[in-house]
Design a protein around this ligand. Structure first.
Ligand code: PSU
Ligand code: MN
Length: 314
């Protein structure tokens, strides 16, 4: 159960073989399955995200801790277990405790990126990144996702961070940590449910090939310990209605304060509130974001594999 030296990460045979051949692999996180989406949509979407990665020609590697064993690449029963409820959310600092206790766990962006990188996976698709919470000046609540990306060589394809967070502060913090952020065909940082968060970016990439060159460049310049963010906005015609969004946000933040919810419970609480307050509309957008990002990450992983193959041939 992980006591043997060196046996601390189980990589599925398909993922291991693909990586060994220099092939494209995309990591997928499991907190969004266990805590980000309601049952049974969560399980359907977890399967669909894997199917989308495959349809693009890459291999999906959903990451989680199963019975105390960190896994990169899950079998269908394990995916199902994550969607059934009651699986704790594990950020990076929770990994050792889950391993020691032999418990299951759904991994956040920080924990997923860490395990994926250890397996040698370079691309990772998710919905939204954790970030700096509103009121962080008092609460100090800043997601470990940000620091983890500054020391984990994984490119995360996401649709920005949710507006439940302090978006400009999150971008500032990523800058402080030295994490590159590039918009996919945009210089506007996406606002998760909304195409545009209102914050400007310094860099964009115009296609999958350029995104892959960006990933390769971080390694080549000796920043190979660092991750990066590729921010992929939801198309304008698929975004959430802005008024509905603003109303749900305001109510959710009020409710948070009233109920005194803190720490790692903040994100799941606000996600549930958003879903209820928008009559399920936010769920549809959330699902579409994950599909779009899985598909884009797979195409970038394929472009990256091509670049690496060319380099090897030189
Ligand atoms: N944002 C979402 N949906 C999610 C999360 C973030 O839109 O499910 C999850 C991700 O797993 C992310 C985590 O890594 O929440 C961040 O949680 P915290 O703020 O506790 O670090
Ligand atoms: Mn937090």
């Amino acid at each position: 159960m992980g006591d043997a030296p060196g046996v601390n990460l189980e990589v599925s045979a398909e993922v291991r073989d693909t990586l060994g051949d220099g092939g494209p692999v995309v990591a997928l996180e499991s907190t969004l399955i266990s805590h980000g989406l309601p049952h049974p949509n969560n399980l359907d979407l977890a399967r669909e995200a894997e199917d989308i990665v495959r349809a693009e020609g890459a291999v999906p590697a959903t990451v989680a801790v199963i019975g105390g064993v960190p896994k990169v690449g899950l079998v269908p029963d394990e995916l199902e277990l994550l969607g059934d409820g009651g699986v704790p959310k594990l950020s990076i600092r929770d990994l050792p405790s889950a391993i020691a206790k032999g418990s299951h766990g759904a991994t956040t962006v920080a924990a997923t990126a860490h395990l994926a990188a250890r397996a040698g996976v370079r691309l990772f698709a998710t919905g939204g990144l954790g970030g700096v919470h509103r009121g962080a000046r008092e609460s100090w609540d800043i997601s470990a996702d940000l620091a983890a990306l500054s020391r984990t060589p994984v490119a995360v394809v996401c649709s920005g961070v949710k507006s439940i967070l302090d978006v400009p502060a999150t971008l500032e913090h990523l800058e402080t940590l030295g994490v590159p952020v590039a918009g996919f065909r945009t210089l506007r940082f996406p606002g998760f449910y909304l195409t545009d968060s209102g914050s400007q970016l310094d860099w964009s990439v115009e296609d999958e090939e350029e995104a892959a060159r960006l990933v390769a460049a971080t390694g080549r310049i000796g920043q190979d310990g660092c991750g990066l963010v590729i921010a992929n906005p939801i198309p304008e015609n698929e975004q959430l209605d802005r008024d509905l969004h603003d109303r749900a946000l305001e109510e959710g933040l009020d409710e948070l304060k009233r109920q005194g919810i803190r720490g790692k419970d903040v994100t799941p609480f606000l996600l549930t509130h958003f879903r209820e307050a928008t009559g399920g509309a936010s769920l549809g957008v959330n699902e579409q974001i994950i599909r779009n990002n899985a598909s884009l990450a797979a195409r970038i992983a394929i472009a990256l594999a091509r670049i690496k193959a060319r380099e090897r041939a030189l």
